[in-house]
Design a protein around this ligand. Structure first.
Ligand SMILES: *Cc1c(COP(=O)(O)O)cnc(C)c1O
Ligand code: SF4
Length: 342
């Protein structure tokens, strides 16, 4: 399998003198740095929301408290490259490359390390595992970024999965529409069009990422009949305010992308400086519900350490006394609701 060929524009092309970033060399030698021309063109000034997501920070090396693989993905891999945590769905890690290496990445331990995507043997092994486990109905391609593979490699993977009768849906998790929208071509869309029901979850974190180019990429995918969802990571100093999150979620609906998850930061080593409290996340969720379209509201989830899975957390606006519910509305009014007993 091969990666997509593209001109590998580097960070040094930005108009900012990134060599002046404190710890640039040691950080980038531990955790790779890579940008596309497109994504770096979105930076308006040093330390803005785009900068923080893609430029190395010396605090990545200072964070020793957290763990490289807190979700125990390695332990949950029955065969290399496959994570099997829930009975009916698996994650297939088909690529270790991304157009941009996000500094907060939950797979920081993997991305950008080594050039080889999943080898042919590994892929056949993983497909064999899926085909011998009839409980698996939902396969999620992830990585790195699956859309960094070239079209013929993607075709091979998707064809292999579609040949398994019990695989109902295939999902692709990709940040390519956000960081490298030019990769979404009409050729790629005609390829994907052969594998419905196919779902794509993309990864916008900030309203500044919604541009003419990223909107066009999403439009091409949606027009191919692929439902587009979005997973946002709650990031300190990037999107941890009600106003930013409202603009992001509403902006996504306007480009036909349905907000799916808002992720509490995982406890991944090298990312502690992005972590907010869960209270901040709940405050933001309270600032969404009722104020903006219900369609724009994601599930706020914590992916529990130790591979225990995702848990949705909700603002605490209900108190149950017997069959009487005391509920708080979005505007803060206390209302009682009479339940029945079964
Ligand atoms: C998040 C995740 C899934 C998918 O979960 P959904 O809630 O169905 O989106 C599946 N497997 C693993 C290991 C995951 O982390
Ligand atoms: S695109 Fe996704 S997998 Fe790649 S570095 Fe960013 S968060 Fe990690």
């Amino acid at each position: 399998m091969r990666y997509f060929k593209y001109s590998n524009s580097t960070i040094y092309k930005t108009t900012f003198n990134v060599r002046l970033i404190k710890g640039f060399i040691p950080v980038s030698s531990r955790y790779p740095v890579q940008l596309t021309d497109y994504y770096s063109s979105l930076i308006k000034h040093q330390n803005d929301a785009i900068w923080k997501q893609c430029m190395p920070d010396v605090r990545e090396l200072e964070d020793q408290s957290q763990c490289p693989d807190p979700l125990d993905e390695t332990a949950l891999s029955p065969v290399p490259g496959l994570i099997h945590r829930y009975p009916d769905r698996v994650v297939l890690l088909v690529s270790r490359r991304c157009p941009v290496y996000c500094r907060f990445c939950m797979r920081k331990r993997l991305v950008g390390s080594g050039d080889a995507p999943m080898g042919e043997d590994e892929l056949l092994n993983a497909i064999d595992y899926i085909s011998t486990h009839p409980s698996i109905t939902d396969v999620i391609l992830s990585g790195g970024d699956p859309l960094m593979l070239d079209d013929s490699s993607l075709l091979k993977i998707l064809t292999g999965l579609r040949a398994i009768p019990h695989v109902v849906i295939i999902r692709i998790g990709t940040r390519v529409p956000v960081t490298f929208p030019a990769r979404i071509t009409s050729e790629l869309c005609s390829l994907l069009n052969r594998f419905h029901p196919l779902y794509i979850n993309t990864h916008f974190n900030h309203p500044d990422e919604i541009t003419t180019d990223s909107s066009r990429a999403c439009e091409l995918l949606v027009n191919t009949g692929i439902p587009l969802g979005n997973q946002t990571v709650l990031l300190k100093g990037v999107n941890d305010s009600i106003e930013t999150m409202r603009n992001l979620m509403i902006g996504l609906l306007a480009i036909r992308v349905k907000p799916y998850y808002l992720h509490q930061m995982d406890l991944v080593q090298g990312t502690a400086h992005f972590r907010t409290s869960v209270q901040t996340g709940l405050k933001i969720m309270r600032g969404l519900r009722g104020y903006i379209s219900g369609l724009a509201i994601p599930h706020y989830v914590i992916d529990l350490p130790g591979g225990k899975g995702k848990v949705a957390i909700l603002p605490d606006d209900i108190e149950i006394r017997g069959t009487t519910l005391h509920l708080r509305t979005y505007s803060g009014e206390q209302v009682t609701y009479q339940d029945i007993s079964d």
